[in-house]
Design a protein around this ligand. Sequence first.
Ligand SMILES: [Zn+2]
Length: 55
Amino acid sequence: MTYEAFCVAEGCGAESGPHDEQADAQDWALRHAGRTGHDLFRRVVTDHARVTREA
Ligand SMILES: [Zn+2]
């Protein structure tokens, strides 16, 4: 799974970048909130499906 957080404060546009651990994206959001006072983030979790062709 890949975890990302995006600040949704108007005109900000900061994003965590992809992280393998949810805690890392969360830490980024907490640091960003502490720095800026922005307190709403859009979180995106991406999972990957590996498929195999039927024989
Ligand atoms: Zn922000």
